[in-house]
Structures are given as C-alpha cells and as structure tokens.
Design a protein around this ligand. Sequence first.
Ligand SMILES: [Ca+2]
Length: 485
Amino acid sequence: MRTALALLAASFFATAAAAEPPRPNVLWLIIEDAGPDFGCYGNPDVHTPHLDRFAAEACAFRRAFATAPVCSPARSAMMTGRYASSFGAQNHRSHRFDGYRRPDGIRLITERLAEAGYFTANVRTFPPPVGFTGTGKTDWNFFDDGRAFASDRWAELRGHAPFFAQVNFHKTHRPYGRARSNPADASRVVLPPYLADDPVIREDWAAYLDELSEVDAQIGAVLRLIDEDGLRDSTAVFIFADQGREDFRGKYFAYEQGLAVPLLVRWPDQLRPGSVSDRLVSLLDVHAGTLALAGLAEAGLDGAPFFGPSARDRQHVFGARDRIDDTADRVRTVRDTRFKYIRNFEAWRPYLQPMAYAEVTNPSYRRMRELFAQGKLNPAQAKFMTAHRPEEELYDLEFDPWELVNLAANPAHQAKLADMRTTLDRWIRDTGDCGGTSEDPTQLGREMEVLAKSLQQVKQSLANPKAPKRVSPPSGGQPPQKTEK
Ligand SMILES: [Ca+2]
C-alpha cells in the first residue's frame, strides 16, 4: 500500500513538474553609450530599421536609466543587481590591480543563473555570415577571475537550454565613424538646444546617428540568427545601452542624456508586441527581471522585476557619478516621473572639467570650448561653461526635458526640493553610499598610467583611421575586458 501511494505521489509530482512551463532563455544585447534615439523612439534622423521592426514585436520602455553615466560602475551595477556605490565599485576603472573582491552576498547574475542550471555566455564568436565579433566586455570595478561566463560562442547556445547570454557591441562608442550606407544628413539633423548649431557639432551628431545605424545592422544579424536557430519562441530578448549617449553633457554627466538608455524587451508571454511603457525602470530592474523570468527571487537586490506577475512599480530612479578617469567628482541624482534632483557634492568644480579621454575623442567638447571663447554660445549653451556649479539642481522634466532651468532656488518648488532632498538622503543612508571616500594613491597612479597608454593608442588610431579603432586591453592587472569605456 505504502509503495502504491509512493508511486502515486511520484507520478503526481512528475506530472506537476512536467506542467511547469520551461524556463526561457534570456539574451541581453548591450549597446555602448546610446540614448533612446532609435527611429522607434521618434528620431526621424536615424536609420534603424531592424530595431524599429523589433520594437513592433516588443515593448519599448521610454523611461529607462543606467545607474551611472559611464561604463564600469553602470556595468558593475547591472551585473550584480546592486548600486556600485553600495560596495565600493563607483569609481570608473577602479580596483583593477588590488584584487578587490565583492563583499559576501553581492553576486554576479551569471553565478545565480548558473547555480539554477542556466548555461551562460558572453558571445564574441558568431557563425561566419554574421560578420562581426562581440567585444565580450565586462569592465567591472572588482576582481574578475575570467570565469563569469561558461562560453563566448554563439554556436554553443542552441544545445544548452536554458541559457543566459549577452552580446556586447562596440559601435556607438567613441571615436565615431560615418556610416557606409544611409548616412545621416548632418545639415538636417536636429540638435539638442544645449549644443551650438555649428558644422563640426552637426557632423559629430550625425556620426553618432550613423553609429546607431551600424549597430542596428549588427543587431539585425543577431536577431536573424535567433530565428534561424529556432530560438525565437524560447528566448526573451532585452536590447539596451550600458549608459547614455556621449554628447557634450551626456556620458560622464548626470543629466538625462548621460543616464537615459533605450530599453526594448521582446517576450510576448508577458509584454504586448508593439507596446510602449512610461514606467520608471533602472537597469538594476533588468537584472531582477531576468532572474524573475528564470523563476528566481534573489533577496537584497536594489532592483525589482518591471513586467510580468512579480512586477513592482518604482517611484524613483537614482544615479551616481564619481571619479571618471582623471576627473574627480561626486554627483547624486534622483528622478521621479516628472522631476529630477541633482546634488553636486563638489560644487566648486566646473561642469566641464578638463578630461583627457573626452578631449581627444569628442570633437564637440573642443568646438564648444572654442565657440565659448569666441562669445558665440547662447545662454543655454554657455550655462555649461561656468566655473562653478550650484550645490543643488532641480528640473521639471515635463516642461524642461533638457534640464536648462534650475528650479532649486524657485520659491514655488521648495516643497518638491525638500521632498527630493529627503529621498536622496534616505537612499544614501539605506544603500550605504560610499562615494566620497579617498582612493589608494598607488592604485590610482597605476590606473592613470593605464589611461595614458590607452589614450596614446586612441590618438594613434585617430591619426590612422584605417587601423582598427578598438583599443587593446592594457597589460597587467586583471584579465580580460577594459578595452573601452
Ligand atoms: Ca559605455
């Protein structure tokens, strides 16, 4: 009798297990340094047919944000699901030589998924028709033993369901080049009002749009592979950028264009094809949402699923800027659906500190400086050239999406200012924000040596445009990555 019951129970549980839907594969297609500037986001100047077609099959999130306006802290956060400033990973390209380990409990998403039976890959190598190689970028501000992913080959995905894979694209990272086909018309592109209407800046902006067109073609090739390999129905696809676009006050700065990213998610089981969403999303939520798709609920994450049955509404998104290369600074931001608050901890610094990498690779930097010296910038454009910043900035994004009119001293907005100030104070306390702590000067010196070598390579590649524009990784220190910002 007992045996019969045991058999019955075994049979029941086997049936129940069989009824569980299979866990989906998850694919992250990660673009460098890009804002929500695809055609499907309403930009008429760019040619992005593959992304636009994908958007018709996906949900386009229009308020998605990185946690930092530069690669390494943003990537450290999205891979761990924790704010980089909560565990000492906030300074760009830090901890590359000191073997710094993540504190206990702060885990890579690949560790969590691998433990749950997922195969993991950071794809560099594709079948020949694809015609490009993934960068395999990691760029974390903590020790990387090079074993975070099980594979770097697309061909291995098909036999290893479920899988979690990333493809990291290089296009849209400076230095820019112009597109071979469908180039943007520099004379017609629409510039943000903080940029001077100038031929050099128009050309630079058009080059950014061209880089988007080129990454669009590469993403199109990967999407075709998904279909050809029969993975479409079993794979949730996320397309996003690691942080915002690098224009004159985008990447490196905590304004919207430095933090806002495109985010398209195709998973028709839970997201209506062709839909748009204005909910606030942090890339930390992409981490948590990916775990949720795998049926996992990790405790202690700073994000939460943003679609599906376990979705939670986010009231605020937070951003942090700390030392980036040779420019020290500490800025924190909090944004709700309408207002954005910025705290400049080092207000005595100018907005536009001299920054070696940007000065070399960003023609708009140089040109805006020249135009300012010539008195040719209007007040909105010249605002960014002042020698000091206010300690606090508050913007009404509904009426001022370019963050040009600081309301922090406006009597009509003092209640909102106080509310945002309190919200940020609470975040700093609750997350254990360790920004503002000094770095080891010896380690910093080594990082600056690496930066100088990297800059030398960039200068050489700019002087010789036919050479590959990727900068080879610095020698020494930890293994892979760190080829770009
Ligand atoms: Ca980046």
